[in-house]
Design a protein around this ligand. Sequence first.
Ligand code: ADP
Ligand code: MG
Length: 383
Amino acid sequence: PKVSADHVILPPATIGMVGGGQLGRMFAIAAASMGYEVVVFCAAENEPAAQVAHRCVFGRLDNADAVTRFAKQCDVITLEFENLSAEMIAKCSEFAPTYPSANVLATAQDRLIEKTTLRDASVPVTPFAEVSDADSLIAASQTLGWPVIVKTARSGYDGKGQQRVSTQSDAASVPWESADSWIVEKCIEFDREVSVVVARTVDGRTKCFPVFENDHCNHILDVTTVPANVSPELEKRALEVAVSVAQTLDVVGLICVEMFVLDDGVLMVNEVAPRPHNSGHLSIEAMEVSQFQQQVRAVCGLNLGSTDLIGGGAAMANLLGDLWGDDGVSPDWNAALSVPGVHLHLYGKQTAKKGRKMGHLTATADTVGEAKRRVEMARNALA
Ligand code: ADP
Ligand code: MG
C-alpha cells in the first residue's frame, strides 16, 4: 500500500508539486530519487520543474478543471511558492492532503499579516507599521526613525516592490498607486543576515538545518555559507526562533525563517517562506539530507533526516542572468568546474534576464572560508 497504517505516504506514491520553478525542479529530482512519482502543475512544458517531472498538468492556477485533473492524480500535494489562492488550495485538498495549508499561505503571502502574527506570538520581528501614502509613512517614521524600507505587503520577491526612504521629502517618491497595501519597516543596521530552514511533519515533529549565513547584493541573495559565523549561543537561539515560527504558523513541510543579527546579538525575523529556500540549496551537497529530500520526508510523514554538515564547510553562489552576454551567449561552465569541490546547478530556464536566478554553484571544503573562496573563484571564472 502507498499509505501505511500510520498515514505515512510511501513510494511509489504520487506527489503533486504546484509550481514549475527551480524549487519544484530540485524537489522533483529528490522525490524521484526516493522512488516517488511527481506530477507538476505549472503553465508550460519548458518550465524548470516540468523538464524533470514524471507527468505535468498545464494550466493557470485559477483554472479549476486543470487543478482538479492535477489533484486527482496525487496522494499528497506540496508547493514551491506561497502565492496560491485559498480556492486553489481548497480544490487540491478535496483530493489529497495539501501542505502547507491555506492558512499558512494566507499569512506568508502578506508581510503585514505575517509580521503581526509573529509579533503577537512573541517572535522578535523588525519594527514595522502599515502605511498607505506619504502622510502615513511620515507619521510611522516618527516612531521607527529614518531611514526606513517601504515594501508592498504582497507579492514582492528578490527585492522587488521595495525601496529605502531616507527623508521625509522622499516619502512622495514611493509609487503608492502601484499596490493596494504597504508595510514600512525600520531599516536595520544588521551585523549579518542568517536563515534557518526547518521541516515539520503533520504530527508536529521538527528538524532544523544549521544556521545559514547570507550575503545579499542589490536585495538579491548572492552567497550563502555554512557554518554561519555566529556564536553557539546565537546558533541555538536562531534555531529556537525558527521552530517557534513553524509551530506558531502550524506549518507542515518546510519553512525558511530569514533573520537579521544585530551587533549586540539581538535577532529579528525579516520574513518567512513556507517552502524550500535559496539559502538552503547548499544542503544538496553539504548536508546528510538536502532541504528537498527533507520536504519529501516532511510532507509524506516519513522520519526526518539528519541535517548534519558533511565536512567542514560549504558555500553557495547564485548564478544570475547578468552572467550571460548581451547576445545571450551562455558562460563557459567548464571553467567553473576546474575549481575543486565545486558543483554546478542550472535550472533549464529558457531566457536569461538581469537579476533572474538561472542556477547556482556550491563548493564544499574543509573550512567555510575555503569553500567561499572556491565558490567565488568558480563564479569569477565565468565572468
Ligand atoms: P524579498 O521577499 O525580496 O526577499 P526581503 O524582505 O527579504 O524581501 O528583503 C530583501 C533583502 O533586503 C533582505 O534580505 C535585506 O538584505 C534587505 N532588507 C529588507 N528589509 C530590510 C530592513 N528592514 N532593514 C534592512 N535591510 C532590509
Ligand atoms: Mg527575503
